[in-house]
Design a protein around this ligand. Structure first.
Ligand SMILES: NC(=O)c1ccc[n+]([C@@H]2O[C@H](COP(=O)([O-])OP(=O)(O)OC[C@H]3O[C@@H](n4cnc5c(N)ncnc54)[C@H](O)[C@@H]3O)[C@@H](O)[C@H]2O)c1
Length: 360
């Protein structure tokens, strides 16, 4: 937590006033108290924007992002729109002098991500991605424990996102399509635990994957499975499913002298983690890995003039991993980290196909 004397107040705007904005972002911003002033909301759907602003007592609403940026001049914009719109909206906010907190998945491709990095450099502002699982006290604690080497090096990992999404879920027009959702559970649902796994185990070198569309009427995959080799030599398996009636989010990390497990569903606190060895140091606080924890960490970073945690290379790791998983599954070949670059079609799109709808 920041020193009270250095705490600032940020004018914050929300772009995209749908489900996640209302259920998670407004409560997280409200929980920040005087550190945040919610000044404006924007949605391409005027009714949604207006109703959202009225419901949450936000003084201004817009249907155009540039109008919002020019009029409300926010310090921070929280982007909660469908995936394919994230990079262009983020760049518009950066260029107007605002920091960005953007929902996942941040970019539609590595190429898109590279455009964003250029805009960050030009503007001096940052874009961080919502990966709220990293910000729980247990995740932060075990990251330090693993990095300390006290229990030996990481050897084996299992990362399972076994969720269930019914047919109605895919009735929302942007879901289930490469052009707008950018992928299936690899890019959407499982991206949280995969990001957590890759953050905890460090850089990865190679991925081999399969995927399928087994039971939902969608273009993208409804299940993917991948094997990953880390730079440390550790090996892992990753499953991303929206077809699993008994849902679970399960991570198992086998170090040389310790097994760490996480079993949860959509969020986790310390109680969802366990270790197999008595007297292993435990987290000092019990903070849920949720939007509130990430917003607090972001504001702390901005107060201190530091780069927030999930930006730049920390954000790139998962985008490059997702691209490589899809390339491996689609081409049937192993993919080495760093091998996807222009003019590889997988540099420009997760499925290696020409982008159909322009740049979001
Ligand atoms: N971090 C998490 O745990 C989590 C959970 C759910 C969803 N999400 C992510 O949040 C994002 C939004 O998901 P949702 O479920 O709230 O979707 P939603 O469809 O409920 O809401 C999206 C809103 O964005 C608006 N919109 C679309 N294009 C826009 C544009 N160009 N500018 C402004 N507004 C625009 C839509 O009109 C809609 O109101 C997605 O990227 C999704 O993956 C994250």
């Amino acid at each position: 937590m920041a020193n009270p004397q250095t705490v600032k107040t940020y004018n914050v705007a929300i772009v995209g006033t749908g489900a996640i904005a209302a259920s998670n972002h407004v409560p997280a911003l409200r929980a920040a108290g005087d550190r945040v002033k919610l000044v404006a909301a924007m949605d391409v759907d005027a009714t949604r924007a207006q109703e959202f602003a009225a419901k949450f007592e936000i003084p201004q609403w817009f249907t155009d992002v540039n109008a919002l940026l020019e009029t409300a001049k926010p310090d921070l914009v929280v982007i909660c729109t469908p995936p394919a719109t994230h990079v262009d909206l983020s760049i518009a906010c950066l260029e107007a002098g605002a920091h960005v907190l953007c929902e996942k998945p941040l970019a539609r491709s590595i190429a898109d991500f590279d455009r964003l990095i250029e805009a960050e450099k030009r503007s001096g502002k940052t874009v961080s991605t919502v990966f709220q699982w990293r910000f729980g006290s247990a995740a932060q604690h075990y990251k330090k424990l693993i990095d300390s080497g006290e229990y030996g090096k990481p050897l084996v990992g299992h990362c399972l996102t076994l969720w269930y999404r019914d047919f109605d879920y895919y009735a929302v027009p942007w879901r289930g399509k490469w052009a707008t959702e950018l992928g299936g559970p690899t890019m959407g649902h499982g991206i949280h635990l995969t990001d957590l796994f890759l953050w905890l185990y460090g850089d990865w070198d190679e991925v081999r994957a399969m995927m399928g569309t087994l039971d939902r009427p969608i273009e993208v995959e409804d299940v993917s499975m991948a094997l990953v080799r880390f730079s440390s030599g550790a090996m892992g398996s990753i499953t991303n499913s929206v077809l699993s009636p008994r849902q679970e989010t399960y991570l198992r990390l086998d170090l040389q002298k310790l097994t760490i497990e996480l079993s949860a569903l959509y969020s986790a606190n310390n109680d969802h983690w366990r270790v197999n060895v008595p007297n292993v140091p435990q987290p000092e606080t019990n903070i849920t890995g949720g939007h509130t924890a990430q917003v607090v960490a972001l504001l702390d970073s901005l107060d201190r003039g530091e780069t927030p945690l999930v930006t730049g290379n920390e954000a790139r790791r998962i985008i490059e991993f997702s691209s490589s998983l899809y390339k491996s599954a689609i081409t049937g070949t192993p993919v080495q980290r760093g091998s996807i670059a222009a003019p590889d079609p997988f540099y420009y799109a997760m499925n290696g196909q020409p982008v159909e709808t322009g740049r979001g």
